[in-house]
Design a binder for this molecule. Structure first.
Ligand code: HEM
Length: 509
């Protein structure tokens, strides 16, 4: 008690010294605190979403706000570019991902690049940096293979050139799992083809881990991945009550996914010890196994990359195809440009992808209105300040207590009319012909912890878009009214909740 009074006094003195004023307080009467939890717990039932229906209302009066939570902690949230720049870059050491993230994700990822701060995070970042160099992501052979499997999974077209009705979203999850696993392990999990042959899968299910590839064919790995993804997001939403989200099912899934990853880790470590790096010498795991032979670390880091890389890119692809289905004029323009820039008889290269400006503008715009990581946060490592958002005019610096959570939503920031113009809610790739101020657009965040897989993700997403538009010239929604609602599913990432249900028309038929 005495310590907390002293701490509070010194915090108040620090705030005065720095000329800070508090941001708009939205706590209201005691009842509001509980009503807030009720709203969040009822989201599924009410059909509302946390971004547009709950958080957007918070920012109607100010771009940085705070509220006291039911258990008494104070949480600040901001959609102010200058504050994000401070948290992520200029005051990087004053903020961390925090112990809570480690506790929430720890049972799956242990200590890894995603769940650490300080020295261990710096070590992890240094370990991975060279792996995401241009040379390593320039090799598009695996992406080409996965793109071919994707097109094959669409099936044959009818006499008029139309495919059957398909939901593209699960196919995107398979596509990114296959490319990420190839990049990590040096061999694809071939989940796209496995999903198409379930009868074969059931037979393989019985063979357990004798043949690790059969585990994938059995769909077990995909199911486990779903269980882990769902549990992770619930543990994050429950904040300090994360530990209540535990079950035998969850633990069994963790065990299987870890065993699966250990199979590849053991292979890579043995190869690095015997100097026999043939075969998977091109994989990320083989390359990092030549630097550390700590099997537990290799397993955790590998899983972190798999988690960080799979759903994010699949969600991006989902929104891309949804937008192309809703805006035939943009589909037509993009397709014409792709036909001009990419000769179908020549390989789709990194250089050509980067050189196709309208494709870049299209992706930028998709990630502006549908950033696949829409919500995030950091914890203050010491008493510190944010540059703006305090006081009645919202222009004063704000004091942040050590241990306080600062949440931010790039989704809401990237839709602000005062930053993006009156047409902020409209989907317009053309707006990217003008330069955009750096810190108001952060789908991959920024600063030292910027997404390490950004180029990898954009390249594989572009590759598949090019391939699909070379083959198909129309995407017809199965239910246009439903698609126009653009309802969001929110897990660790955000993807189209109703899937991307379309039929595609083959060009030239
Ligand atoms: C559209 C696709 C993607 C988006 C929007 C995205 C977004 C992000 C964001 C916002 C973060 C910061 C998280 C935080 O610090 O709180 C992040 C970190 C990270 N991303 Fe991505 N990501 C994508 C694809 C990928 C891919 C394909 C990979 C790897 C193959 C990857 C690997 C990582 C890793 C390892 C981190 C942690 C970096 C660190 O903490 O130093 N991401 N990503």
């Amino acid at each position: 008690m005495v310590v907390s009074t002293i701490n509070e006094r010194s915090f108040q003195a620090f705030a005065r010294q720095q000329g800070c004023q508090p941001p708009l307080d939205l706590t209201g009467v005691w009842y509001n605190r509980f009503d807030r939890i009720r709203q969040i717990l009822n989201l599924k039932k009410s059909g509302k979403d946390i971004l547009d229906d709950i958080l957007a209302a918070d920012f109607a009066k100010a771009s940085t706000v705070q509220r006291t939570m039911h258990e008494g902690s104070q949480v600040m949230t901001t959609i102010e570019p200058a504050n994000l720049q401070a948290v992520l870059a200029t005051q990087f050491d004053d903020f961390a991902t925090g112990r809570l993230r480690y506790l929430q994700l720890g049972p799956i990822l242990g200590r890894s690049i995603f769940t650490s701060d300080g020295a261990f995070w710096s070590h992890s970042r240094a370990l991975f940096r060279p792996q995401f160099s241009r040379d390593n992501i320039n090799d598009l052979e695996a992406t080409d293979k996965a793109a071919n499997a994707f097109v094959a999974a669409l099936g044959v077209v009818d006499a008029k050139g139309w495919t059957d009705h398909v939901d593209l979203q699960p196919m995107f999850f398979n596509f990114t799992l296959d490319t990420a696993s190839d990049f990590l392990f040096g061999e694809s999990l071939d989940s796209q083809s496995a999903s198409r042959t379930p009868e074969q899968s059931d037979v393989h299910k019985l063979t357990g881990m004798k043949d690790v590839r059969s585990q994938v064919a059995s769909k077990q790995f995909l199911d486990d991945f779903e269980i882990l993804g769902h549990t992770i997001i619930m543990r994050i939403r429950l904040s300090t009550l994360y530990w209540t989200m535990d079950s035998f099912k969850f633990r069994a899934a963790v065990k299987r996914v870890r065993r699966f990853t250990e199979y590849y880790v053991n292979k890579a470590v043995e190869a690095s010890m015997t100097g026999d790096v043939k075969g998977n010498s091109g994989s990320l795991l083989a390359r990092i196994a030549s630097q550390t032979q700590d099997r537990e670390e290799l397993r955790n880091q590998t899983l972190a990359i798999l988690f960080a890389g799979r759903d994010t890119t699949a969600s991006l692809l989902g929104w891309c195809m949804l937008r192309l289905s809703l805006h035939p004029e943009i589909l037509h323009k993009l397709r014409q440009i792709i036909l001009q820039d990419f000769d179908p008889n020549e390989p789709i290269t990194f250089a050509k992808i980067k050189g196709c400006r309208y494709l870049q503008h299209f992706l930028n715009e998709v990630l502006r209105v549908h950033p696949t990581v829409p919500l995030n946060g950091r914890v203050a490592t010491r008493n510190t300040t944010l540059p703006t958002g305090g006081g009645a005019d919202g222009k004063h610096p704000i004091a942040v207590r050590k241990g306080q959570l600062v949440g931010f939503s790039v989704y809401l920031m990237q839709r602000r009319k005062d930053l993006w113009g009156e047409d902020a809610a409209e989907f317009k790739p053309e707006r990217w012909e003008q330069k955009v101020p750096a810190w108001q657009y952060l789908p991959f965040l920024g600063g030292p912890r910027i997404c390490i897989g950004q180029q990898f993700a954009l390249t594989e997403a572009s590759y598949l878009i090019v391939r699909l538009l070379q083959e198909f010239d129309q995407f017809e929604p199965v239910d246009l009214a439903e698609m126009r609602l653009m309802r969001k599913a929110l897990g660790l990432t955000m993807w189209p909740r109703d899937g991307v249900k379309v039929r595609l028309h083959k060009a030239g038929v």
